[in-house]
Design a protein around this ligand. Structure first.
Ligand code: ATP
Length: 294
């Protein structure tokens, strides 16, 4: 997917006295070029009001650019900053309907919906009308509807906000899973430690433009570790068999004298990485999560 010279301004008149600045018409984004690829985890950061949600809405196709072009968008799912939970449907009814929108048959959609509700510890709310949900529970529904689509592009705008610890961990792993399965995930989150160490690229929005901060390791921030928790897996392959290529999380590898391979990758990738090794008939000797290095 590509963005070429993309701009977005709100209002038609080009701002104060037609200058394009100020309320009612200023460009929030201007001349944004961006290329997103498969298997890519992208973080977007920036100050309040810099245009992060604006960019995410453009990526998700919820909003159209005022200038430039967006091409090659894969099937996309989006978790907005605020989920409009006012629809007259129960949780299960809504998620089943969303599953059908994504092409599942009715029974499969309902099963998928129940599965995600269970994952997020929200199965007790299946029959609850959306409008009666607490903020955290409706956030779980917002996230579930996006994940059940298994989208090529997953766009998450502060999707972790309001989730309990278990649900946050589920979302972390689901993001890594999506990337491992070939998807692209773009996220904004106020917590600089969110998925720390896992993004392939981090962009900052400043002055209406998009600037690459760096690859792989997001910047440390006020005592927050520069690299997040890492999973350390000791594994052994069948004799003469090389490590499977393209393993999720692009693990660092190290060989020990006794023939064990030690793989280290960002912790959210642990499940996907283990699955990749097991699929290659590798034997797992140990798994440990190590806290961030500073
Ligand atoms: N629908 C809209 N109509 C008019 N102006 C808007 C609209 N949506 C956003 N804006 C303006 O565009 C600018 C960027 O807003 P946006 O929500 O994209 O920023 P953000 O970086 O996501 O902010 P935050 O960190 O506070 O969520 C702000 O000045 C905002 O007031």
């Amino acid at each position: 997917m590509r963005l070429d010279g993309v701009g977005r301004r709100y209002g038609r008149r080009g701002g104060v006295s037609g200058t394009g600045k100020g309320p009612g018409g200023g460009w929030v984004l201007r001349g944004v070029d961006l290329s997103l690829s498969e298997r890519q985890l992208v973080r977007v950061q920036g100050d309040n009001g810099s245009g992060k949600s604006t960019l995410l809405r453009l990526l998700a196709g919820i909003d159209a650019p005022s200038a430039g072009r967006i091409t090659g968008r894969p099937p996309t799912a989006y978790v907005p900053e605020r989920f409009p939970a006012a629809m007259p449907l129960t949780v299960l009814g809504y998620l089943t309907r969303m599953g059908r929108v994504h092409g599942l048959r009715r029974d499969a959609a309902a099963d998928e919906a129940r599965g995600w509700l269970e994952c997020f510890g929200a199965d007790a709310y299946a029959r609850t009308p959306l409008a009666e949900l607490s903020k955290g529970s409706s956030q779980k529904v917002a996230v579930a509807q996006a994940l059940m689509a298994r989208p090529g592009l997953l766009v998450l705008d502060e999707a972790w906000t309001g989730l309990d610890l278990n649900a946050r961990a589920v979302l972390d792993r689901s993001v890594a899973e999506r990337v491992a399965e070939g998807g692209t995930v773009v996220f904004v989150d106020h917590d600089p430690a969110r998925l720390a160490g896992a993004p392939d690229v981090t962009y900052r929005i400043e002055g209406g433009g998009l600037h690459e901060v760096d690859g792989r390791v997001p910047p440390g921030h006020g005592g927050v570790p520069a690299a997040g928790p890492q999973v350390r897996i000791e594994a052994e392959g069948p004799p003469g068999v090389a490590l499977p290529s393209g393993l999720p999380g692009s693990p660092r590898t190290e060989q020990t004298p006794d023939g064990t391979t030690v793989l280290t990758a960002p912790a959210p990738y642990s499940d996907a990485l283990l699955r990749g090794l097991l699929a290659g008939h590798w034997h797992i000797r140990s798994v440990a999560v190590e806290e961030a290095s500073r």
